[in-house]
Design a protein around this ligand. Structure first.
Ligand SMILES: C[S@@+](CC[C@H](N)C(=O)[O-])C[C@H]1O[C@@H](n2cnc3c(N)ncnc32)[C@H](O)[C@@H]1O
Length: 243
């Protein structure tokens, strides 16, 4: 099945990140149909893939599909019907292995709860998260910054007339990456005229959104507006790119 632009961009970021950070384990959480993890298996990624969702019927049907299409890679994948809060990150062969946890297609607030919980449960693991929230990007970023997460990569993507931010962040405090910023930095850099156009439309939509929220006396909207009003859309210098 052909992946949506959103899922194929996330896949591409995961593959680039794997080349750089060499993950032993990739967790496609809230995986639903499992298309993202299946795309990674198909691309020949070397990590072990865990497909995780909380709905038993979805996981049973995904397992059937994976058995049909990826039987010869069976050693490389596992389906878990599990709550993301309870990810068994300690129940893997290599306890010092590197983990990439992908969370896409749910809200930023829920993502934040998952991340806080996992950080508390595994304070000694440095975890990378690849996040693509459906909303609440600003509050997600602000809280990740408070938790001292660093940014490895960020980009805006457009799919089916909606904008998304994809963020690759890490809890690894020994890395050289900068702390995540609340409104994004590299996020607003473009390489082509069409990316520039997309960023302009995304920024204007975001500003409109928080201006509407501000009318309801939202403190979050006040700080979001301060942050987004200082954003500059600029031509990119050399950087990590998923394209
Ligand atoms: C909209 S789908 C996202 C599918 C895919 N990740 C994507 O981006 O297209 C959201 C999925 O999150 C799952 N989900 C929600 N809360 C969860 C939790 N606490 N633990 C595991 N899965 C959860 C739902 O069952 C649902 O299948």
């Amino acid at each position: 099945m052909r992946l949506s632009n959103r899922l194929s961009t996330i896949q591409s970021i995961a593959e680039h990140a794997h080349k750089q950070y060499n993950y032993d384990y990739i967790w496609d959480t809230c995986c639903d149909h499992g298309q993202l993890g299946a795309g990674l298996l198909k691309s020949g990624i070397s990590s072990k893939l865990f497909f995780v969702d909380i709905v038993p019927e979805l996981m049973a049907s995904l397992e059937q599909n994976l058995n049909q299409f990826f039987l010869n890679q069976k050693h490389q994948w596992q389906v878990l019907c599990e709550d993301v809060y309870c990810l068994p990150l300690n129940d893997v062969e290599n306890s010092n292995g590197k983990h990439l946890i992908i969370i896409a297609g749910v809200g930023g607030d829920l993502m934040l709860e998952f991340i806080s919980q996992l950080n508390q449960r595994f304070p000694d693991l440095s975890l990378d998260f690849l996040l693509c929230p459906v909303h609440h990007q600003f509050s997600l970023r602000s809280q990740l910054r408070k938790m001292e997460f660093s940014l490895r990569h960020e980009e805006v993507l457009e799919d089916n007339q909606r904008f998304y931010e994809a963020l690759l962040v890490t809890s690894d405090s020994t890395n050289q990456s900068p702390l995540i910023s609340v409104a994004g930095e590299v996020l607003w850099q473009y390489k082509t005229a069409s990316e520039q156009n997309m960023l302009k439309r995304y920024l204007s939509k975001t500003l409109e959104h928080y201006k509407r929220m501000q009318k309801g006396n939202s403190k979050l909207a006040d700080s979001a507006l301060v942050a987004y009003e200082s954003v500059k859309i600029e031509k990119a210098s050399l950087q990590f790119t998923s394209k």
